[in-house]
Design a protein around this ligand. Structure first.
Ligand code: PLP
Length: 397
């Protein structure tokens, strides 16, 4: 008898399952606003020009494919650290940030949780209510008990900042607090700079361990602006962790390129932390893949290529902002107030629709969004935005 006969299948991932359903849908008017991937005006995931150029250069060099160091490619780590913290940041110059290359933002989060649990004795983590579903699964898999902190107002019109602060203030010391650095997924609602200042104050006063997840740098208010929270924490001398990703802002989803930054008190501490991270990596996957990290290092390491990359990211960001405005205008034409779309940042918008209403949107109109009410704004374009607004209006009414 098979060892596996008693196993039951896992339910589909709520987001990736939608992709399968979408593929099978024969309707020409169908629109995929489910998965968090940037699509251009033509409805395709683009290969960024700077990435193509970097690949051309790498190919010409005929680089061998040896093992990477456990902590990743040094030039990659140094460039990404500067991108996240700012090249002249005192913490960068002091060498007090331990940055390692990871398997996407997901890999960075997983290593962060493993480090906190195994080496800092952290047993409890909290995530925003709601959050990216994988946050909870990742923290749990690494042995943390996971709770939620209040985030969204009951009417879903913005952040309930008072309730959020009360939740933070009630946490025991040494709780890992996972915060979205920018472009909150799924709600699209981010803290203002003043709110971040208050958040940092509470994190310090309560002796909490911040883990900032920034998967969308450049898609919210801009590449530098989006890093505000991370830079503020570093300015304030807080010791914390940050998980970042090149999946979205380099369009390198499938290459699995991300970074974990652990901001320490001094350089010596950072060296100890790096040695620990190398040990964790060694037993988990030994070392990261070569290709994606080389592309990013090539782009960021060449001032001209970096400038054209910044332009391309800004192009993606402004297209998203433009589609938010277009959705708002198309809603207005239907007599509805879609102002939520222009108040939020990043790829995602929370429509406020229930799971049943999202099912109706999918079944009757072929507009695919996540059942928690999230739609991906980057899936909109000038050909489908009116249809989406009309479909949303039909479900809202
Ligand atoms: N964090 C958030 C909030 C995300 O939405 C995502 C991707 O969807 C990630 C992290 C991880 O991204 P990746 O592992 O693809 O780099």
């Amino acid at each position: 008898k098979s060892d596996f006969a008693a196993l039951a299948p896992m339910p589909d991932d709520p987001i990736l399952g939608l992709v399968e359903l979408f593929k099978k849908d024969p309707r020409e008017t169908k629109v995929n606003l489910g998965v968090g991937v940037y699509l251009n005006e033509a409805g395709f995931l683009p290969l960024m020009e700077c990435v193509e150029e970097a690949e051309r250069r790498l190919l010409e060099r005929h680089l061998p494919r040896g093992y990477m160091p456990m902590s990743g490619m040094p030039q990659y780590c140094a460039s990404v650290q500067k991108l996240v913290f700012g090249k002249d940041h005192a913490a960068v110059k002091a060498g007090r940030i331990s940055t390692i290359q990871t398997l996407g933002g997901t890999g960075a989060l997983q290593l962060a949780a493993a480090f906190a649990h195994q080496f800092l004795g952290v047993n409890q983590g909290v995530v925003s209510d709601p959050t990216w579903g994988n946050h909870i699964a990742i923290l749990k898999a690494d042995g943390l008990e996971v709770g939620k902190y209040a985030y969204l107002k009951a009417d879903r019109s913005g952040i309930d900042f008072e309730a959020f602060k009360a939740a933070l203030n009630a946490l025991p010391a040494k709780t890992l607090v996972l915060l979205h650095g920018c472009c909150h997924n799924p709600t699209g609602f981010d803290f203002s700079h003043d709110e971040w200042r208050e958040v940092v104050k509470i994190l310090v006063e309560r002796d909490l361990l911040p883990l900032i997840d920034m998967a969308y740098q450049g898609f919210g208010a801009g590449l530098e602006e989006d890093a505000f929270a991370i830079r503020l924490l570093a300015d304030e001398g807080v010791t914390f962790l940050a998980a970042t990703s090149c999946s979205k802002n380099f369009g390198l989803y499938g290459e699995r390129v991300g970074a974990l930054h652990i901001v320490c008190d001094n350089e010596k501490e950072a060296q100890v932390v790096t040695s620990i991270m190398k040990r964790i990596v060694r037993q988990e996957y030994s070392n990261p893949p070569t290709h994606g990290g080389q592309i990013v290092a090539e782009v960021l390491g060449d001032p001209e290529l970096q400038a054209s990359w910044r332009k391309e990211v800004e192009g993606m960001r402004s297209r998203i902002v433009g589609m938010r405005e277009a959705l708002y205008a198309a809603g207005k034409a239907e007599g509805l107030d879609f102002s939520f779309a222009v108040k939020q940042h990043g790829m995602f918008s929370f429509t406020g629709l229930s799971a049943e209403e999202m099912d109706l949107l999918r079944e009757k109109y072929g507009v695919y969004g996540v059942r928690n009410g999230r739609i991906c704004i980057a899936g909109l374009n000038h050909r489908n935005v009116e249809y989406v607004a009309k479909s949303l209006a039909a479900v809202f009414k």
